[in-house]
Design a binder for this molecule. Structure first.
Ligand SMILES: Cc1ncc(C[n+]2csc(CCOP(=O)(O)OP(=O)(O)O)c2C)c(N)n1
Ligand SMILES: [Mg+2]
Length: 609
């Protein structure tokens, strides 16, 4: 038995590793998505002590991520669905490098995440506990580890003393959560992580002292100006991409548009921003190659939360349109080239700003009710015609194979309106939006960026954040492979986070070929193809079956699709991940010729019933 004095010391003192973990938990971090290494001796020990002492509730739950890209994507998915920042732990420079494009997604998507990485020990002669004792400690000594991610994070700092380690966790999370939200990156040498400090070191640690910056309102004269412009417009239009990051902003936008008779276009939507079934929803823009007449006709355009409201080389508002940009990030401070010819750029929280503008439209009394009703009627007719056109495409191909439109329609019917849908369907992004008809806030998510593979990990995070909802990922075959499916599916099984993954198997990467054809419409690519096909064929669902015990099926006949989806969903509801690969036509039809192998016999993939 230990003497009482030592026990009292042990209660008062703690390692910095334990303090860091407790600070995360105090700050509301429920999960630490972690890939461990020799820099985490203190962390491994702190978790073991907590398990031994029955104190695990004081620390974030440890979720092992066999690949760092997947771990960070899981933290991202959790935060996107719940609105709550989570944390990721990675191994020195190597683990930081492996975060890879997930840092880009978290940054461009403005998603709050705390990333903590060890640093190689800073002593080598036995001076301090935690000093160098393994060969890798020399190999992992880099001059500027934070430089790996500096271009993407909002805050990068080294914990130099254990005495204020907790304070720095709270500060990093406050930075990550304050709008525009994003990743924060902390590093600490192993000696610091092993340091023993008095409990309570680091000042006031409670989250009450570290709330994110409060939402910002529009200056009153700017709210007045936008309200007057919308009320006096003949054809007001709202363009948005990520307003739905805040579900409250969706309701605020709906109210304003109904009041002013304004239509809404979603451009590159990575969130559900405006109900797809609303009569003022006027469709979607992606890398649109021709002029959208609705955008050309608008005389007042409110860009409310968008990085790419249109592609100016091919599609833009008329030169006479009065444009307003309202955003938490109105001039895109992380982009080197960005311009929208706006009359006013305003930094504001979108829900707050839209409510202000709505109130001012009412108070100014400048609306002509008959005019508003007439234009809302015209827009509703546009909406209806658009939806009828889309609905007509929701059928199998003439030869009984599956079209992307039919696939999305079948998924929509199978999963219902309450599912959480993640989209990484790439050349089928527009098809997913047009046919999913997402009409509830928080029902559709994209990566927010462009680094492929996000959905694999994000689905795990999304399910942990919303255990009672069905999570469905709609992904390209290339994107599925980018998502390190063995890691992601293993995590889904281990942590009880099953979801349905539907792969748009168009047999390779269509997007780079489409890009080449956009620049070289009659070049060699058009004649002989882009060479981005995936032959020899990969058993995509088989990867998930092997790594995560997933239910796996491959479908190429439209008639078998509804049953296949319902079988897969039944498995997911029973707690087992499911992956269905569905053959869809290549987005770019391959030119006939000797450069293209004959199509693979679908019979080889083992059709599901
Ligand atoms: C990490 C990363 N590497 C490469 C790319 C470039 N890229 C964009 S789309 C694409 C192909 C995606 O293939 P798939 O998911 O099958 O979608 P498809 O183009 O076939 O619709 C690639 C390689 C990227 N965006 N991100
Ligand atoms: Mg593909």
């Amino acid at each position: 038995m230990r003497p009482p004095a030592v026990t009292a010391m042990a209660d008062r003192d703690q390692t910095v590793s334990r303090a860091l973990l407790e600070a995360m938990r105090e700050a509301g971090v429920r999960y630490l998505f972690a890939n461990l290494g020799s820099d985490h001796t203190g962390i491994v020990e702190a978790y073991a002590q907590a398990r031994r002492d029955g104190r695990t509730g004081a620390l974030p739950e440890l979720v092992l991520g066999p690949h760092e890209f997947v771990a960070l994507s899981a933290a991202q998915g959790y935060a996107q669905v719940s609105g709550e920042a989570q944390a990721v732990l990675v191994h020195v420079d190597c683990g930081t490098q492996n975060l890879g494009g997930a840092v880009h997604n978290v940054s461009r998507g403005r998603v709050p995440v705390l990333i903590l990485a060890g640093l190689s020990p800073v002593t080598a002669e036995g001076e301090l506990p935690g000093g160098r004792n393994e060969f890798i400690h020399w190999l992992q000594d880099t001059a500027d580890q934070a430089g790996i991610v500096r271009g993407y994070v909002k805050y990068a700092h080294e914990i130099r003393s254990g005495r204020n380690a907790k304070q720095l966790v709270h500060r990093a999370l406050q930075m990550a959560r304050s709008e525009p939200a994003g990743p924060a990156y902390l590093v600490a040498a192993r000696e610091v992580m092993e340091e023993t400090v008095p409990a309570g070191s680091g000042g006031p640690g409670g989250p009450q002292w570290w709330s994110p910056v409060a939402p910002m309102a529009l200056a009153p004269q700017v709210a007045d100006e936008i309200a007057a412009a919308l009320a006096g417009a003949d054809a007001p239009l709202v363009v948005t991409s990520y307003l739905g990051r805040d579900p409250a902003a969706v309701a605020a936008l709906t109210e304003l548009c109904e009041l002013a008779g304004a239509g809404v276009i979603e451009s590159v939507p990575m969130w559900m921003n405006f109900p797809a079934d609303h009569r003022l929803h006027l469709g979607y823009q992606w890398s649109t190659t021709s002029q959208n007449p609705l955008l050309a006709d608008a005389d007042v355009v409110l860009v409310a939360g968008s990085d790419v409201p249109w592609i100016p080389a091919t599609n833009r508002p008329s030169p006479g349109a009065r444009i307003y940009v309202v955003d938490v990030d109105p001039i895109k401070e992380h982009m080197t080239l960005w311009h929208v010819p706006a009359a006013r750029y305003a930094r504001a929280d979108l829900a707050t700003a839209l409510r202000q503008v709505t109130a001012r439209v009412r108070e100014q009394g400048g609306l002509d009710a008959a005019k508003v009703a007439a234009r809302a009627g015209r827009l509703a007719a546009v909406h209806r015609a658009q939806r009828e056109r889309w609905a007509a495409r929701e059928r199998p191909a003439g030869d009984g194979t599956v079209t992307a439109e039919y696939l999305v329609a079948c998924v929509r019917e199978a999963v219902g309106p309450d599912a959480v849908v993640l989209t990484e369907a790439i050349t089928n992004y527009p098809v997913v939006c047009e046919h999913l008809r997402a009409s509830r806030p928080g029902s559709l998510f994209g990566s927010g960026g462009s680094s492929l593979g996000w959905a694999g990990g994000a689905a795990v995070g999304a399910k942990l954040a919303a255990p009672d909802r069905t999570v469905v990922s709609l992904v390209g075959d290339g994107s599925y492979l980018f998502g390190v499916p063995a890691s992601a599916q293993w995590m889904a099984r281990r942590y009880g986070a099953p979801s349905l993954t539907v792969i748009f198997d168009n047999q390779g990467w269509a997007a780079p070929v489409m890009s080449a054809l956009m620049v070289h419409p009659s070049g060699a690519t058009a004649a002989v193809g882009g060479g981005t096909g995936f032959a020899p064929e990969v058993d995509l669902p088989g990867v998930a079956a092997a790594a995560g015990g997933a239910y796996a099926a491959t479908v190429s006949e439209a008639g078998k699709l509804p049953v296949a989806l319902s079988l897969a969903l039944a498995e997911v509801r029973r707690g087992r991940p499911a992956v269905i690969s569905v053959r869809v036509p290549p987005a770019v039809p391959p030119p006939a010729g000797p450069h293209h192998p004959a199509p693979v016999d679908p019979g080889r993939k083992g059709e599901s019933p």
